[in-house]
Design a binder for this molecule. Structure first.
Ligand SMILES: [Zn+2]
Ligand SMILES: [Zn+2]
Length: 331
């Protein structure tokens, strides 16, 4: 073998080794992002337009769905079902009232403490941090049902608008330019950066609650594993899919009271499972009010609960429906 051949073979081997170690580093970086979304993004700004699903990063999300299947082994009890329902109600309210109507649209005011408390509850929903959520949602309103909408069912179909977009490299990023008003709070930035911490803590607490009940009140027929599966996994997966029906179904199924530039619909069934968010055509027509049911019969649980919180002084300055909007809603 000539010395030239030897040299080029050696260079080739070094090249293969270097590209192997680059790939290993890239995989490790992506795994680190499971727990720290602030890890340097080696794809840089290109990630903003990368619409491939990041399967590696999506593994915990997929595992959460598979964990629900274990209801077949852990059984069920009344207390486990009640816990799942209670956590659904509390966390759906945190998503609709705070992630959506407060952080995304600023339709009322509150103190920094209450803001953080509900951001924390919202963060337990596995729908990422409040800044991430608000930034994506503000982009949705700016570009609804156009090519720049992160999740338009009209353009991209049901599966994409429901969950596909949520798992893409582009969607994992927070668009900081959209949320300068809340990005100034370090405690909110922390929740965004470490967005798996709160769900993991909740899962541990739910398991401990079940284990404690199992040991101290055996007549309730529950245990740690059963409570974890129902109270955390089933409740969280149901909550996720109910929430994202507003991206998928509420732009396809229902009635249109207002001729908005997008395809938003009003849908009473979706309004029931999402505590008022199903009045989505109302909301796209006038997102600046805290209320989404524009008529008295348009049930909006989030609005009723926010009025209760206002009565006890936890929130204030609820923005009402302007008279001209109410008149238009009456037809
Ligand atoms: Zn909105
Ligand atoms: Zn919409």
């Amino acid at each position: 073998m000539s010395s030239e051949t030897c040299t080029s073979a050696a260079i080739g081997a070094i090249g293969v080794a270097a590209s192997g170690s680059r790939q290993r580093r890239a995989v490790i970086t992506r795994l680190r992002r499971w727990v720290d979304t602030g890890v340097d993004d080696d794809a840089g700004p290109r990630a903003a337009n990368d619409e491939r699903i990041d399967w590696l990063r999506a593994i915990p999300f997929i595992a959460m769905h598979l964990a629900c299947v274990s209801v077949a082994w852990v059984g069920v009890s009344a207390i486990a079902l009640w816990t799942a329902a209670a956590l659904y109600v509390l966390r759906m309210f945190a998503i609709t009232a705070f992630y959506h109507r407060y952080f995304s649209h600023r339709t009322f005011n509150t103190s920094r403490g209450v803001q953080f408390a509900f951001a924390l509850i919202g963060a337990s929903c596995v729908q990422r941090g409040p800044l991430w959520w608000a930034a994506h949602h503000r982009n949705h309103h700016r570009h609804a049902d156009t090519a720049f909408d992160p999740h338009s069912p009209t353009l991209r179909g049901f599966l994409w608008s429901h969950a596909g977009w949520f798992l893409t490299r582009a969607a994992f990023r927070t668009d900081w330019a959209r949320v300068p008003d809340f990005a100034k709070y370090p405690e909110l930035r922390w929740l965004d950066r470490y967005d798996t911490v709160v769900p993991v803590v909740l899962a541990i607490l739910v398991y401990a609650f079940g284990a404690w009940l199992g040991a101290s009140m055996p007549q309730l027929a529950t245990n740690g594993a059963q409570m974890l599966v129902w109270g955390f996994f089933v409740s969280t997966v149901a909550l996720f899919h109910a929430t994202v029906t507003i991206n998928s179904l509420a732009h396809r199924v229902g009635t249109r009271r207002f001729e908005t530039a997008d395809d938003s619909r009003n849908n009473a069934w979706l309004a029931l499972i999402t505590f008022g968010e199903g009045w989505h055509n109302n909301h796209h027509f006038f997102p600046g009010t805290v209320r989404q049911g524009f008529r008295w019969w348009e049930v909006d649980l989030t609005w009723y609960l926010l009025r209760l919180l206002a009565l006890i002084g936890l929130v204030r300055d609820l923005k009402p429906i302007p008279a001209w909007v109410a008149a238009k809603a009456r037809g």
